[in-house]
Design a protein around this ligand. Structure first.
Ligand code: 6R9
Length: 654
C-alpha cells in the first residue's frame, strides 16, 4: 500500500513525538503483521490476546469452537473469569488511587466528581450485596434505567460481579418500551433514579419505571438512586433507596467466577421489522473485543482520560464508556448532559477541564455543532491533550470528518471512524490510531481478527480484489460477536447467518477502494437503483450536506415508473436559507458532485428529520411517508414524533 490515493491524510508528524508514553503499535507494518497473524492463525492470535489482556481465574482449554454456518460459536472454552474483576479489582489492587470515573454533571456549575478504582470497588461490592440481598442470582436479568451518572456504571458492574446479566434500557425510552423490555427479560429487579437531568431538563425516570412496572408483575424490587431529591411516588416493600441499602452491605463482595460463555449482558436493538431484538453478549469474548479494540484502535493507556459521549443505553456506551476503558485501567468520563447545554462548546470545555486524551462521538452531533460554532468560539479552549478522535453510528461525510479533525483536534489528533454494530460487540472496521493513514469518509481497514467479505447481493458470490462494491459480511467468527437473540435463536440465525451461508451478514453495503479501504454505504435497504445505476443514499447525502445552507439530509429511493426508483431528498436547512432557491441548488450540487443520474427528483424542505433518540435518521418512516403509506409501524422510538405530521403535510403539498 505504498501508492495511496490523493484523498489520504497521513498521521500528523508530531503525533508520535507528542505521545505521552509509547503507542501500542509501532507503525502500519506492525498492524499488517498482526492482522495477517489474526486471520491466518486466529486461535494463536486470540488466545495470546486473551491471556495478555484479560485475567482468567481458570485458564481456557480451547480457544474457539463452532462456525458461522451453524451460529454456534463459543470462545475461550473452559475459561473462568469475572468481568467486574477485570474492570475494577485488578486496577484497584495495583493503583487504588487512580481515577476510574470522572462524573461531569449536566449543569457544569454542580462540579465534577472523581471516583477512584479503590472507591469503585467498594461501591460495586456494596451494590452487589444489595442485589444479592434482593434475591438476584447468577443468570438473572437485572434491568437498568438510569441517566448517565457513575451509579449507572456501578449498576452494570455490580451485576457482572455476581454473575447477573444486565439489560440497560436507554433512559429516554417510554414506559411502554421499557415495560416490554423488562417483561421480555423477565427482570425482578429494576435499578433507576428518582429523576435525571439532561440539557437543563428533568427526566422522570422513577415515574416511567412505575408505569412500566405496572404491566410487569414479577418486579419485586425497584432500587432508586437519589439524583435530584425530588418528591416521587413510592411503593413500600418494592421500592428501596440506594443509599440506605448500600450502608447495610460490606465494602467487599468477592466476584463470582463465570464461565467464558456465560452471558454478560442483554441489549435491545431495533431490527428492520418487528419488535426489538434482545441481543446476548458473552463474558470473555465480549470483554476481549472491548479490550483489543480499546488498545489497538484507540491506543488506550492507563494514564488516559477517555471521553465517550455515547449513552450507556446503547452499545457504544457499554463497550466504550464502561468495558474498554475500565478493562484497560484508564479513566472514563461520564457525561450526563447534551452537546449544546449550557452552550455549544460544552464538549470542548469538558475536554479541557479533564484534559481528555480521547473523544468519541457521533456525526449527528458533529453536524449540529458544525452549523453553530465558529473557530473564534474555540480560541480560548485548550484541547491540546487530545490524541484520538472517534466517530461512530453512521457514515461520516468527508466534509464533517474534516470539520471534526480541524475543530476538535486542531489537526493534531487522529480521527478514527469506527464501523460496528450492537451485534458485533466491538469495532469491526476502524483506523488504528496513529498508525492507519486516514481518508475522510472511510472507516479505513478491518480491525484485528476481522475477516471481511464483500458479497454480490444478487449472486451471493464473494467479490474478491479491490474496487468492488456489495454487501458487507464477515467470514470468520470473532470473540465479541453476539451469541443469540433472547428467546429467538431462529431470528438470530435468519438475520445474520442464513442470508449468505458461511458468512455473518451485516446488513450494510460497502465499497472496497483501490487501497483496500472500506467505505460504508449504509444499510442495504437504503441502497437505491435509478435506471440501473446503483446509488448510495449516504453518498448523495454527503453531497447535499456539503451545501452550506443544509443542516441535515436524508435520501430515499421511491418507486418510479420510468426509472425503477427515483431519488427524493428530505432536507432541513439552516435558519437563513430560502427553501426554493436552496432546493434548486441542491439538485445542481448532486448533478455536479456525483452525476445527473443521482440528482433528486424531488427536494422536500422540512423543519427537522425523524430521528431516533440516538440521532439516527429513521429512513423507514420517511420512505413510507414519501410513498403515501400511512401505516408507520412503531414510531415510539422517535425523538420528536411531531416532525412526522409536518413531513406528511410537506409531502401532501409537494
Ligand atoms: C455502534 C452502533 C449499527 C449500524 C450499522 C451501520 C451504522 C455504525 C458506523 C455506521 C457507517 C460507521 N454504523 N457505525 N455506518 N460508519 N462508522 O452504532 O451500533 O446502533 O447497532 O448500529 O449503524 O449501518 O449497521 P448500532
Amino acid at each position: 500500500m505504498t501508492d495511496m490515493s490523493a484523498d489520504t491524510i497521513s498521521v500528523p508528524a508530531q503525533w508520535r513525538a507528542q505521545h505521552p508514553t509509547t503507542p501500542h503499535l509501532t507503525g502500519l507494518l506492525d498492524y499488517h503483521t498482526l492482522y495477517k497473524e489474526s486471520i491466518h492463525f486466529p486461535s494463536t492470535f486470540w488466545a495470546k490476546q486473551a491471556r495478555e489482556l484479560l485475567s482468567f481465574t481458570q485458564d481456557f482449554h480451547t480457544t474457539s469452537i463452532g462456525s458461522l454456518e451453524n451460529g454456534d460459536n463459543a470462545w475461550f472454552v473452559g475459561g473462568g473469569l469475572n468481568a467486574c474483576f477485570n474492570c475494577v479489582d485488578r486496577h484497584a489492587i495495583q493503583d487504588p488511587h487512580r481515577a476510574a470515573l470522572i462524573y461531569e454533571p449536566d449543569d457544569p456549575a454542580d462540579g465534577s466528581r472523581i471516583i477512584t478504582y479503590g472507591e469503585l470497588l467498594r461501591h460495586v461490592s456494596r451494590l452487589a450485596g444489595v442485589l444479592r440481598g434482593r434475591g438476584v442470582k447468577k443468570g438473572d436479568i437485572v434491568t437498568i434505567y438510569m441517566p448517565m451518572i457513575p451509579e449507572a456504571v456501578m449498576a452494570v458492574l455490580a451485576c457482572a460481579r455476581i454473575g447477573a446479566v444486565h439489560s440497560v434500557v436507554f433512559a429516554g425510552f417510554s414506559a411502554e418500551a421499557l415495560g416490554d423490555r423488562i417483561q421480555d427479560a423477565n427482570s425482578a429487579v429494576v435499578i433507576t433514579t428518582d429523576e435525571g437531568r439532561r440539557g437543563g431538563r428533568t427526566i422522570s425516570t422513577k415515574r416511567v419505571v412505575d408505569e412500566a412496572a405496572r404491566e410487569c408483575p414479577q418486579v419485586t424490587t425497584v432500587l432508586v438512586y437519589k439524583r435530584t431529591g425530588a418528591d416521587i411516588p413510592w411503593m413500600a416493600g418494592r421500592d428501596l433507596w440506594w443509599d440506605e441499602e448500600m450502608k447495610q452491605y460490606p465494602a467487599y463482595t468477592p466476584p463470582e467466577v463465570m464461565d467464558s460463555e456465560d452471558y454478560l449482558f442483554l441489549l435491545y436493538t431495533s431490527g428492520s421489522t418487528g419488535k426489538p431484538k434482545g441481543v446476548f453478549h458473552s463474558t470473555a469474548g465480549y470483554l476481549l473485543g472491548a479490550a483489543v479494540t480499546g488498545k489497538y484502535v484507540f491506543d488506550i493507556h492507563p494514564q488516559d482520560r477517555f471521553f465517550c459521549s455515547g449513552d450507556i443505553g446503547w452499545i457504544t456506551g457499554h463497550t466504550y464508556v464502561v468495558y474498554a476503558p475500565l478493562a484497560l485501567g484508564c479513566t472514563s468520563i461520564i457525561f450526563e448532559g447534551t452537546p449544546t447545554y449550557p452552550s455549544h462548546t460544552r464538549f470542548w470545555e469538558i475536554v479541557q477541564k479533564h484534559a481528555c486524551t480521547h473523544f468519541y462521538g457521533a456525526p449527528t452531533a458533529f453536524r449540529l455543532l458544525k452549523r453553530s460554532i465558529a473557530k473564534e468560539n474555540l480560541q480560548n479552549i485548550d484541547t491540546s491533550q487530545l490524541r484520538v478522535l472517534g466517530s461512530v453510528g453512521e457514515p461520516i461525510a468527508p466534509e464533517v470528518w474534516k470539520w471534526y479533525y480541524d475543530f476538535m483536534g486542531n489537526e493534531n489528533a487522529v480521527v478514527t471512524d469506527t464501523y460496528w454494530q450492537t451485534e458485533t460487540g466491538s469495532h469491526i472496521i476502524a483506523a488504528c490510531a496513529g498508525v492507519t493513514p486516514m481518508k475522510p469518509g472511510s472507516a479505513t481497514l478491518p480491525c484485528l481478527g476481522i475477516d471481511l467479505a464483500i458479497i454480490d447481493p444478487v449472486t451471493g458470490e464473494e467479490l474478491k480484489g479491490n474496487q468492488v462494491e456489495g454487501v458487507l459480511a464477515i467470514k470468520q467468527p470473532w470473540p465479541s460477536m453476539a451469541r443469540t437473540i433472547r428467546g429467538n435463536h431462529d431470528r438470530y440465525m435468519d438475520s445474520y447467518f442464513n442470508v449468505y451461508k458461511g458468512y455473518y451478514f451485516t446488513g450494510d453495503a460497502a465499497f472496497r477502494d483501490q487501497d483496500g479501504y472500506y467505505w460504508i454505504r449504509g444499510r442495504v435497504d437504503d441502497v437505491v437503483n435509478v435506471s440501473g445505476h446503483r446509488l448510495s443514499t449516504s453518498e448523495i447525502e454527503g453531497a447535499i450536506i456539503e451545501h452550506p445552507g443544509v443542516a441535515e439530509a436524508a435520501i430515499i429511493g421511491v418507486p418510479d415508473e420510468l426509472t425503477g426508483q427515483a431519488i427524493n431528498a428530505i432536507v432541513s436547512l439552516k435558519n437563513d436559507q430560502t427553501p426554493e432557491t436552496t432546493a434548486k441548488e441542491l439538485v445542481i450540487k448532486v448533478r455536479t458532485t456525483i452525476g445527473p443520474f443521482a440528482a433528486p427528483k424531488k427536494v422536500l424542505v422540512v423543519r427537522d428529520l425523524p430521528k431516533t433518540r440516538s440521532g439516527k435518521i429513521v429512513r423507514r418512516i420517511l420512505r413510507k411517508a414519501l410513498t403515501g403509506e400511512n401505516e408507520f409501524g412503531d414510531t415510539s422510538t422517535l425523538a420528536d414524533p411531531s416532525v412526522l405530521d409536518e413531513i406528511l403535510e410537506a409531502v401532501a403539498s409537494s
